[in-house]
Structure formats: structure tokens, C-alpha cells
Write a protein that binds this ligand. Structure first.
Ligand code: GLP
Length: 269
């Protein structure tokens, strides 16, 4: 293990348009020059996985991080629709207690960026009902649906500024299975939540078990607002208080980030 300076921000202008890849046993870290490049690289990887396994089950994070990668994937599906005609999708999480068509919901986001433009029928997309009569029953329904679909093949994740994955929030004891999540104040300030037209009461999310059983994980991290959380992630200190750190225990993780998110310090990986 050696110390590597991942940042090219100030000292290596020649690197500006290239990528740096660092690999340890189970995690590959790809630093792209900017958000566009990061999204292109992530899309390429997802596309390659779909080509290898057309029936791939992909779980979908939402938020600002994966948007461009999803849009690029949707563009690819327009050019090569056949490649996508068996792919399956499942929502990673959902804001709870708001109508399904509230602008904040993950469902609206996924329909706009992926399942809509890609023409994915509902039978190939497991989504959460954001406003179930009985949230516990909704958790049960998604749990059963996932049991039927099998383990996730590719789990696409973003990292919350507090280190959350989906709505697996910082805690003393993480939950393995899909569950109703109590949202932290930080998460309640998320840009999606700011768009809500109704009061968000809770979160619905797959658990750490579903994430860790996924065959491959793709974690996307971009933007200067992620420097501090990314520094914590890169420190490799594994803690339930920073759920993304658990990914260091997963056997197959690819992290795509952009330069803006990279801390300006040597990183040991
Ligand atoms: C939100 C979403 C997650 C997302 C995360 C990061 O809570 N529900 O699925 O991965 O926060 O969001 P962003 O990419 O906007 O930073």
C-alpha cells in the first residue's frame, strides 16, 4: 500500500483531461477530470455489464450524482434498444409519506431519466410506493419482489454527505434488510427533499444486506461538496456511523469520482 496523490487539481495540468485509476484488492477507484467524463466512464461500465448479461438486475440510486450517467445510458438505449430489452431495474430507496407523483420522489426521477426514455415496462422495474397505507407492508412487498428477482447484479450508488447509502443512515447498528428509515436532519435537507410539495415523513430503502450481496457495486462521487465525506470514505475506517465505509468489505466495487470531489492530500489505498 503506498500513498498516492489522487488530486491533479493544482499540480498537473496535463492530467486535466485524463483519468487516474487506483486499485486495491477489491476496490477500483477511477478519478475523472470532471463530472461529464465521470458520467461517461460510469455509463460505459454499466453498458458493458448489460451486454455481458442482458437480464441484469440493476438497483438505482437517485439524487444529483448519477443523473448524467443515466441520461447517457438512456441515449445509448435509443441507439441500441435491443441490448436493453431484458434488463431489470429496482429502486434503491424512496421518500416516504408523499404521493407518488410528488416532484421529489425517486419514482418520478427514475421515470424521467431511465424507465421512461428507455421504455422499461413496469414488469421489469420494481419501484417503491412512496405513500403506502401501511409502510411495513410496502417493505414486505419489495422484499418479496426482490426475493423473486434474485440478488442485484449491479448496484449503483451515490454517497450522501453524511455517508448514507440509499437511506441507510449513520447509526450504531445498520439494518440488513429493506426497511423504513428514520431520516437524519442532513438527509431532510437533500435537494430532492427541498423539491417536495408534501411533508416527507420517513424513508424506504433496501438494506445493507441487499447492497453487500450485489455482485458488483458502482459508487459515484462528484462535486466539491463531497470532498469531506469522500475523505472519510478514503480513510478506510469502517464504521456504521459512515455507512459508505462498509463498501470496503465488498469484493467488487468500482468508484467513479471527479476531480472536484478528491481531497488534496495523499491517499493510501
Ligand atoms: C439521496 C438519495 C440517494 C442518493 C443520495 C446522494 O438521499 N435517496 O439514493 O444516493 O441521497 O444524493 P446526491 O447524489 O444528490 O448527493
Amino acid at each position: 500500500m503506498s500513498a498516492i496523490n489522487l488530486s491533479t487539481k493544482k499540480h498537473d495540468k496535463k492530467m486535466a483531461n485524463t483519468t487516474k485509476t487506483v486499485r486495491n484488492l477489491s476496490l477500483e477507484l477511477i478519478v475523472a477530470s470532471d463530472y461529464e467524463k465521470m458520467s461517461q466512464l460510469a455509463t460505459k461500465k454499466i453498458f458493458k455489464e448489460i451486454k455481458l448479461n442482458p437480464k441484469l438486475l440493476i438497483s438505482l440510486a437517485t439524487g444529483s450524482t448519477p443523473t448524467r450517467a443515466y441520461d447517457l445510458l438512456a441515449e445509448k438505449s435509443k441507439k441500441e434498444p435491443k441490448i436493453f430489452n431484458k434488463v431489470r431495474m429496482i429502486g434503491l430507496d424512496e421518500w416516504g409519506g408523499v404521493p407518488n407523483n410528488d416532484p421529489c420522489t425517486c419514482l418520478e426521477y427514475i421515470m424521467e431519466h431511465l424507465t421512461g426514455p428507455m421504455n422499461i415496462p413496469t414488469k421489469r422495474f420494481t419501484s417503491w410506493d412512496s405513500d403506502p397505507q401501511d409502510p411495513a407492508k410496502e417493505v414486505e412487498r419489495v422484499t418479496k419482489a426482490l426475493e423473486k428477482e434474485g440478488d442485484i447484479d449491479v448496484c449503483i450508488l451515490g454517497m450522501g454527505v453524511n455517508g448514507h447509502l440509499g437511506f441507510n443512515e449513520p447509526t450504531d447498528s445498520l439494518k440488513l434488510k429493506p426497511h423504513i428509515a428514520e431520516l437524519t436532519d442532513t438527509t431532510k435537507k437533500h435537494t430532492m427533499a427541498q423539491e417536495a410539495e408534501h411533508e416527507i415523513k420517513y424513508g424506504l430503502t433496501l438494506g445493507m444486506g441487499e447492497i453487500m450481496r450485489s455482485k458488483k457495486v458502482i459508487l459515484l462521487v462528484n462535486g466539491a461538496h463531497k470532498v469531506e465525506p469522500f475523505k472519510i470514505f478514503l480513510s478506510q475506517k469502517i464504521s456504521a456511523q459512515f455507512p459508505a465505509s462498509i463498501l470496503w468489505l465488498h469484493p467488487n466495487v468500482t468508484v467513479f469520482c471527479d476531480e472536484d470531489a478528491v481531497p488534496e492530500m495523499p491517499i493510501k489505498i
